[in-house]
Design a protein around this ligand. Sequence first.
Ligand SMILES: C[S@@+](CC[C@H](N)C(=O)[O-])C[C@H]1O[C@@H](n2cnc3c(N)ncnc32)[C@H](O)[C@@H]1O
Length: 230
Amino acid sequence: MTTVAATDLNYHRYSLTKYDRDIVNAIPFHRELHERLVSIIEAHFAATKTYNILDLGVGTGLTTKLIKDYLPQSHFDVVDFSDNMLQCAKQRLGPVNVDYFLGDYALLDFTKKYDLITSVIGLHHQDMAGKRILFAKIYNLLEPGGLFILGDLMTHQNPQLNAVATARHYHHLVERATDEQTLTDWAHHHLYLNQLDTLEDQKLWLESAGLKVEVAFQEWHTALLVCRKT
Ligand SMILES: C[S@@+](CC[C@H](N)C(=O)[O-])C[C@H]1O[C@@H](n2cnc3c(N)ncnc32)[C@H](O)[C@@H]1O
């Protein structure tokens, strides 16, 4: 289940420029995560071919844009439950080869099959049961051999690692926030709105859904999992 409304997240107040500046300040290793994601996509997909791609929680389209630049022939379905974010994504991605869906991806019915499904910093408002249901849904939406790339904030099973990662995460927020209101927004977001689960649990749930999982990146609470439907 999705545990927040779109308006709880403040994204309805953000311009494309403000979101793009703030997200790298709010999410440690946001850039590195994307560099890794692009290198994985380059290794698995041919630039000249056409694929069906789904992005869950497109935001302003930062993640989709990087993929679209490498796979310009592909078709993208992108989803967000914030109308403002979807409008920002439209500004960035334009009308060609992109269909925009406004709604909660946990509730929407998708009819196509996809070669690649991505969600970067877009799944952490699902509770545990919601994540498990979504992983099964994603498995069913993937073509055989298809990839699900999940980049998100994930906690550690080890309490010491977890404590240090949490401390570093808040330090990063305090150091980088551009003003007091922005710090308040993101500190509230992280402390009260996020539903973080451990990487270990999420890996198990993805495997239970039928996916083969590789941990491609993990620093503090930021992680990237590459999941293949065999
Ligand atoms: C933080 S952005 C990340 C966008 C992009 N991947 C990036 O890294 O910049 C995540 C987006 O997911 C959307 N979102 C969160 N939960 C959602 C849900 N259940 N259904 C649809 N969109 C959701 C939020 O509105 C937000 O725009």
